[in-house]
Design a protein around this ligand. Structure first.
Ligand code: AMP
Length: 280
């Protein structure tokens, strides 16, 4: 396994491999790897010759009062996990190389990005799309793998790839959860033991939504208000949004159909957690 920090060096190396007809698989992350990330690596590994993992905490996707400064890091543990997953190249650039002082070009998806997390975190998806476009240009992957945990993000990346005719196949993997249902996230490390148990309410609310739908309830407002009750019951969670949406457009729905999706963003203390599920 090689670790590369210089984008030009990586770009050259990949070009050489592509000339040998090697298939390049790519998993972009912000590090502090957990089993959710490992699933993406395994999916990519099974479909490529050269597997590239990027670890970069991208400042442009964080808002002013968000957790950029304290985002968790453990590069040694990440390297060990990457090695175990048979990653070929870890791309670990500095902020200065990704965003030199004169950096001035951004890319913005204008439709899906405006909804939900995009509305709550202005500029977030512009930062995401910009860094992913940069990473795609550096890594030149044939396949890139993202998690459904960030469902809105995965749709925006798919849209960018389509709009810009990028020859990249985007794969998504289902959400990996702890045994008790909590979706794995690097940010779970912020939670105190009490907050950790409160965080289980997200999955509980999503399960409730699926159950009500399964039993024949179709009105989004009814399902949302039941979810609200569950989330607010413990007096430990603050709802950022609950959204009942079309699975492809993320437009809100009043009457739900099967395969629609429920998206959730909830603050547990200062930690903002997101989760989602597709209706049966
Ligand atoms: P992050 O490092 O949090 O930016 O995430 C990097 C990639 O891992 C993104 O595509 C996420 O959607 C994905 N990911 C994060 N957590 C999970 C999870 N629990 N299950 C599946 N994929 C995940």
């Amino acid at each position: 396994m090689q670790t590369i920090a210089d984008p030009n060096r990586l770009q050259k190396l990949i070009l050489d491999e592509k000339q040998k007809n090697k298939i390049i698989g790519f998993v972009p992350t912000m590090g502090y790897l957990h089993k959710g990330h490992l699933q993406l690596l395994r999916t990519a590994r099974s479909q490529c010759d050269i597997l590239v993992l990027s670890i970069f905490v991208n400042p442009t996707q964080f808002g002013k009062n968000e957790d950029l400064g304290r985002y968790p890091k453990n590069i040694d543990a990440d390297m060990e996990l990457a090695e175990r997953e048979k990653v070929d190249i870890v791309f670990f650039p500095s902020t200065k190389t990704m965003y030199p002082d004169n950096f001035s070009t951004y890319v913005e998806e204008k439709s899906i990005s405006k909804l939900w997390c995009g509305a709550k975190r202005p500029g977030h998806f512009k930062g995401v799309a910009t860094v992913v476009l940069k990473l795609f240009n550096i890594v030149q992957p044939d396949i890139a793998v993202f998690g459904e945990k960030d469902y809105q993000q995965s749709l925006i990346i798919r849209k960018m790839v389509k709009d810009f005719n990028m020859p990249i196949e985007i794969l998504t993997c289902p959400i990996v959860r702890e045994n008790d249902g909590l979706a794995l996230s690097s940010r779970n490390t912020y939670l105190s033991p009490e907050e950790r148990s409160c965080a289980l309410l997200l999955k509980k609310a999503l399960d409730y939504a699926c159950d009500r739908f399964y039993k024949g309830v179709r009105e989004a407002d009814l399902i949302k208000s039941g979810m609200e009750n569950i989330l607010l019951n413990g007096n430990c969670a603050r709802i950022d949004y609950i959204a009942c949406v079309n699975n492809d457009t993320l437009e809100p729905k009043k009457i739900l159909d099967s395969a629609d999706r429920i998206l959730l963003a909830v603050y547990i203390g200062k930690t903002r957690l997101i989760d989602n599920c597709q209706l049966p």
